[in-house]
Design a protein around this ligand. Structure first.
Ligand SMILES: [Fe+2]
Length: 252
């Protein structure tokens, strides 16, 4: 009963707001943070649907990158909340491509220098889009801040010669280092109209060759270990938490 509460454990609010103990207040704050995260999560799903309509190739590629990233995160022993954030960050890493003109994004030939320069602005655009989830402050915003930063830095190289900021080594956020490996792996192994994707083993060798320069060496080994286990399961389809329908794997 409220009357039996010790006075020093009660937080005094506006007279019309019921008095809460500190524990009740903390519980309520956490509930509101969870509610805000899940609300943002639903808005995020809307954005992904927009990407699906804009560019189905980038959408399906991003889904595979999310799957490979989460498998890598599981291999690293990340907790469920981090895995959820990693799934979101990797599914959204290229969302900024919505801001690239179709004439460049869907061009079936090699890009001119100026076009490539514009294309390279997509991580910063992803960041700008995802920052919109972060303006209110608080716990849910901190989670989306991490997601936005991972998208911004997914083209940074371990040796510091990437973009947009030239970050080096472990200054690059962990999620961004994972996404770069998963992204490159999918680019090598997925089928395109003009070529068939590479087998897993060939792609693994390529990743190892550029370990330490382009990629975080330890994460490449974690990734290969995770993919080896995944391949042994042999499933042709996969699921993501954010989407109820199955996606097809393309890697052979
Ligand atoms: Fe990208």
């Amino acid at each position: 009963m409220a009357n039996s509460r010790k006075k020093h454990n009660v937080v005094n609010l506006h007279p019309e707001v019921p008095q809460l103990t500190v524990q009740e207040m903390v519980k309520e704050i956490n509930r509101l943070k969870d509610e805000a995260f899940h609300f943002n999560y639903r808005i995020a799903k809307c954005l992904l649907r927009a990407l699906e309509f804009k560019d189905i190739y980038t959408y399906e590629h991003s889904a595979r990158v999310a799957y490979y990233s989460v498998k890598t995160g599981e291999e690293l022993g990340l907790g469920q909340k981090d895995l959820t954030k990693l799934e979101l960050a990797s599914f959204f890493h290229d969302i900024g491509k919505m801001g690239i003109p179709d004439s460049i994004l869907l061009k079936p030939a090699r890009l001119e220098e100026a076009e490539f320069h514009l294309m390279k602005s997509h991580p910063e655009k992803s960041y700008q889009i995802l920052l919109e989830f972060c303006e209110e402050g608080g716990g849910a915003s901190a989670d989306f801040q991490e997601i936005a930063l991972a998208a911004r830095h997914h083209h940074e190289r371990y040796d510091g010669r990437g973009y947009p900021c030239g970050l080096k080594g472990e200054a690059i956020p962990l999620f961004a280092r994972i996404i770069l490996i998963a992204d490159t792996f999918d680019a090598m192994t997925s089928n395109r109209p003009y070529r068939k994707g590479l087998p897993y083993e060939v792609a693994f060798s390529e990743l190892r060759e550029f370990s330490g320069d382009q990629f975080d060496k330890n994460l490449v080994e974690t990734f290969i270990s995770a993919m080896g286990k995944d391949k042994s399961k042999g499933a042709a389809e996969f699921y993501l938490n954010i989407h109820p329908h199955p996606f097809k794997k393309e890697a052979a």
